[in-house]
Design a protein around this ligand. Sequence first.
Ligand SMILES: NC(=O)c1ccc[n+]([C@@H]2O[C@H](COP(=O)([O-])OP(=O)(O)OC[C@H]3O[C@@H](n4cnc5c(N)ncnc54)[C@H](OP(=O)(O)O)[C@@H]3O)[C@@H](O)[C@H]2O)c1
Length: 353
Amino acid sequence: MKRVALLGATGSIGRQAIEIVEAHPGLELCAAASGSASLDDVDAPLKQVGGDLTELLERAQPDVALNAVVGFAGIHATLWALEHGVDLALANKESLVAAGELALAAQARGGGRILPVDSEHSALYQCLQGTSPDQVASLVLTGSGGPFRGRARDELTAVTPEEALAHPTWRMGRKITIDSATLANKGLELIEAHFLFGVPYDRIEVVLQPTSVVHSLVRFRDGAALAHIGNPDMRVPISYALTFPERAAVPVAALDLTSLTLQFEAPDVETFPMLRLAREAGEAGGTAPCVFNAANEVAVAAFLDGRLPFLAIAEVVESALERSEHAPARDLDELLDADRSARALADERLAVA
Ligand SMILES: NC(=O)c1ccc[n+]([C@@H]2O[C@H](COP(=O)([O-])OP(=O)(O)OC[C@H]3O[C@@H](n4cnc5c(N)ncnc54)[C@H](OP(=O)(O)O)[C@@H]3O)[C@@H](O)[C@H]2O)c1
């Protein structure tokens, strides 16, 4: 029996994870946490609403921690799992993006495995099974392009949160859905892929595949490319991460290959500058990805509250990156400082937006 601690149990990933755990005789929920929503309908021996997630993990001593918290709030749980050698099923990409080198150092000390839950990274992880790093030429992250793909900048000046929340292929939490509309999500995933797979940024491409059927690809040095394809359904990567290396059955519809037409296109980084900013932050290294993430969280919350226009999200993030120092964080305290300072810079920029 594999004991799963589920952090973010009331969210989009959390709910689907409960479905996977309940359907699998080899999995049991040993703990569940939310930020503020009730966990009354969740069946777990340990439950916690708000508070310190690492205390819950200490008490639960899980075999796998599924971090499905949204945002930087998931950082302590990610580091705890890596430091304690506990398998980390990682949906909370923001923590790996922000903590980067610190997370890898914790993993090296503790020996915890990271099993990606993000569908693109799960796809890459699966395509990379049985290969060595020197065989890999590049990684190709795919994205749907979000609800505004194909639009020009002047068509985005007045878009509302409701329009941005209407994602064409995935039903997800609000923050990641806005990130998908700005392409910040693909930017976070680019940095996440760099840290997960140790591939330099100039060998990680991003292409759009509007129906989200191709979940990502690995190009190998012999010219072959392996793609992971299937209907877009987060239960597949959640199940893979929780049952690895078993690959349990999941009740998803088989892909109808005879009606499939695949289109790919380059992302428009002029209209959607968040992808360019993420790449620059990743390449700058140090705390730049943490700043990118923090300023984005502040800007997205302001957009969702109707306090910031859609196009100004990138302006807030760019300004925070320009005004921050990107020295590496030597420990968690320095990282928390970098996160706080970036949020303050983003708040200042909001005041004049
Ligand atoms: N949804 C997807 O399909 C998808 C796909 C790939 C990756 N991801 C990633 O998965 C993560 C979760 O996304 P989501 O779409 O599931 O978000 P969501 O629906 O907004 O759910 C977020 C969850 O995090 C909890 N939470 C927030 N702050 C917390 C805190 N301080 N302590 C404990 N729990 C806290 C929330 O609890 P409350 O309900 O109490 O607020 C909720 O359970 C994100 O990092 C996202 O980028 C999601």
